[in-house]
Design a protein. Structure first.
Length: 110
């Protein structure tokens, strides 16, 4: 559990979460003392690096592209397919092909 909190805290400090998840982690840190300690620990570890660079926000167009790439919907949802992963679709297709083969063997008899 400690490692999971450490990963969540590191991702929060590095701002790797979506805005919605950042809010959830921030809310959780209000009542979860261990998470708050992990966040403070990561902030201290990275504080030295923070002074070496000046803040420079990315151009808005670049930031939007990055956000869309990081938090975009999976490709298969864009086509209106059910909430199945590609692996599940492959399994369904293979099962259907096997059933078709068995059906043809039964009809043909050999």
């Amino acid at each position: 559990m400690h490692d999971d909190l450490s990963v969540i805290a590191a991702e929060h400090v590095l701002r790797m979460h979506s805005p919605a998840k950042r809010r959830l982690v921030a809310l959780r840190s209000l009542y979860d003392y261990r998470l708050r300690v992990e966040i403070q620990s990561w902030e201290c570890r990275l504080a030295r690096m923070d002074t070496q660079f000046t803040a420079c926000p990315p151009p808005l167009a670049a930031f939007d592209k990055i956000e869309k790439r990081l938090f975009a919907e999976p490709w298969y949802r864009k086509f209106g397919l059910p909430l199945l992963t590609p692996v599940q679709w492959i399994g369904i297709i293979i099962t259907g092909l096997i059933a078709l083969k068995l059906g043809l063997l039964f009809l043909v008899g050999d």
